[in-house]
Every structure is written in structure tokens, then in C-alpha cells.
Design a protein around this ligand. Structure first.
Ligand SMILES: [Zn+2]
Length: 252
């Protein structure tokens, strides 16, 4: 598979795998990884680390925005082979441990697969392992005490809606906010580009997902790095305003 690597700032890199992003934050020789692609993206994820001149062992921990299959695919191997921890909001642990499944079902996608864009995307993600339910037995909650002691000093913010324990991570000194699926900038099945919410059928609680935008609007950052779509430069209040204005034109 092919990946695209965006250098967002001097030390923040966004890598696009199978229509999903993972983010590498560099501090000296050390890295923080945010999200981990589909299971089928695992080799590409390791290759993206090496392409920056790093070893996979340089990853101090993986921060998870939420435990959907397209964001946790490589966690198993990273832990088994390299002993790398996976941290997330405590309310997301049941999803990671396989106790709950707050996600769209294959049937939700199949109902919409008469659209060529949805069909193409669903074939690509199926090849990448989208129908599996990886569990993350080693998942742990991040401490609830402000910025984390990890490269880039990521500051988690809880933004329930897409899932119960969805998080965004603010990289204050880089001026970056990593939003996962709480706010994206594009999707293969979306009719629009720019900051937007995902279609409702991907989202546990669309009302709370919309309310979470108020939290994001207050974040001070110059760049939004989403779970899906390309990095977007601008103020978060503007991003949120765009997401709300374009909501009726999303695919539902
Ligand atoms: Zn996603």
C-alpha cells in the first residue's frame, strides 16, 4: 500500500494510510504516536517511522483518539514486538477491550454501497482489515493530570460523541490539535472538503458530537490534524464554523 506523509510542523508528521491518518510527534530521538491505522496498515506504519530516520522502538507510547478498527490496527504488534503502551480516555477502554462496540456495522456501510465512492472505499478498507474487531488487552487510561509526560507534551481533551471516550490531543508548543474523528477534514465518502463532522451513521451520539465542537472551537492552535482528510491550517473557531455550516451537505 502507499502512504502519504505530511510534515505539519518541524516535529509533527501526519501519515495517511488506508484513508486514515496516524501522527508522529518528535522530540529529540523520541516519538509519540497518535493512532495506529488499520491492521493492514501495520507494515506501512513501521515504514513511516523508519522513513523519518527513527526506529520503531523510539515510540514512547501510542495515544489513541478512539478505539475504532481504523485507529488501533497496529497496536497489537507494537506491544507484542516492542512493548509499546497504548493510552486512551478511561471511557474508551471498554471499546478497546472488546466489551462494547460503539461503531458502524458492515450493514450500515452495505446499505450505502450503491454509491460508487462508498463501494470503492469499502473494498479498500475491507482489504485493510476493517471487518475485524481487534482487541487491545494492554490498553490503559492516560493520567487525568494535564499535559502528558511524553514527546510533544500532548494535552488530552475528552470530547465524547463519536464514541464515549473520544479524545483530542493538543500539542501546545507546536500549535497543533490532533482531532481523531471528532472533527475531520475529508473522507472518501464525503461530498465536501474542509473541516466537517463524519456522517451520523459513524457516530455514537451525533448530538454530543456536535456539542464537542464547542470544546474544539476554544482550542488555541494553528493546525488541525484530523483522523481523516488532510491537515488544515486556520483557527479552530473557523474550522468549527465550517463544520456546522456544511453539516447538511454531508452524506448521511
Ligand atoms: Zn476513523
Amino acid at each position: 500500500m502507499t502512504t502519504t506523509l505530511y510534515q505539519v510542523t518541524r516535529d509533527v508528521f501526519c501519515v495517511q494510510g488506508t484513508a486514515v491518518n496516524w501522527i508522529l510527534v518528535r522530540e529529540g530521538r523520541d516519538l509519540t504516536l497518535i493512532d495506529a491505522g488499520y491492521p493492514g496498515d501495520t507494515d506501512a506504519l513501521e515504514a513511516s517511522v523508519r522513513s523519518l530516520g527513527h526506529r520503531v522502538e523510539d515510540i514512547r507510547a501510542v495515544l489513541v483518539t478512539h478505539a475504532h478498527v481504523d485507529h488501533i490496527g497496529a497496536l497489537g504488534r507494537l506491544h507484542e514486538r516492542y512493548g509499546i503502551a497504548a493510552l486512551m480516555h478511561p471511557d474508551e477502554l471498554p471499546n478497546a477491550l472488546g466489551q462494547t462496540h460503539e461503531s458502524a456495522t458492515p450493514a450500515d456501510v452495505a446499505r450505502r454501497a450503491w454509491r460508487p465512492s462508498v463501494l470503492r472505499w469499502s473494498l479498500a478498507i475491507t482489504r485493510a482489515g476493517a471487518t475485524g474487531h481487534p482487541v487491545v488487552p494492554h490498553a490503559r487510561a492516560y493520567p487525568d493530570s494535564g499535559a502528558l509526560d511524553l514527546p510533544g507534551r500532548p494535552q488530552p481533551l475528552h470530547v465524547a460523541g463519536h464514541t464515549s471516550g473520544s479524545s483530542v490531543y493538543v500539542l501546545d508548543s507546536a500549535g497543533v490539535v490532533v482531532t481523531g474523528d471528532a472533527l475531520v477534514t475529508g473522507h472518501p465518502i464525503s461530498a465536501i472538503t474542509g473541516p466537517q463532522l463524519l456522517p451520523d451513521f459513524f457516530t455514537l451520539d451525533p448530538g454530543r458530537a456536535d456539542a464537542a465542537l464547542d470544546v474544539l472551537a476554544g482550542v488555541e492552535a494553528d493546525v488541525l490534524v484530523p483522523g481523516h482528510g488532510t491537515p488544515w491550517r486556520g483557527e479552530m473557531a473557523t474550522a468549527v464554523e465550517h463544520a456546522r455550516r456544511t453539516a447538511p451537505r454531508r452524506l448521511r
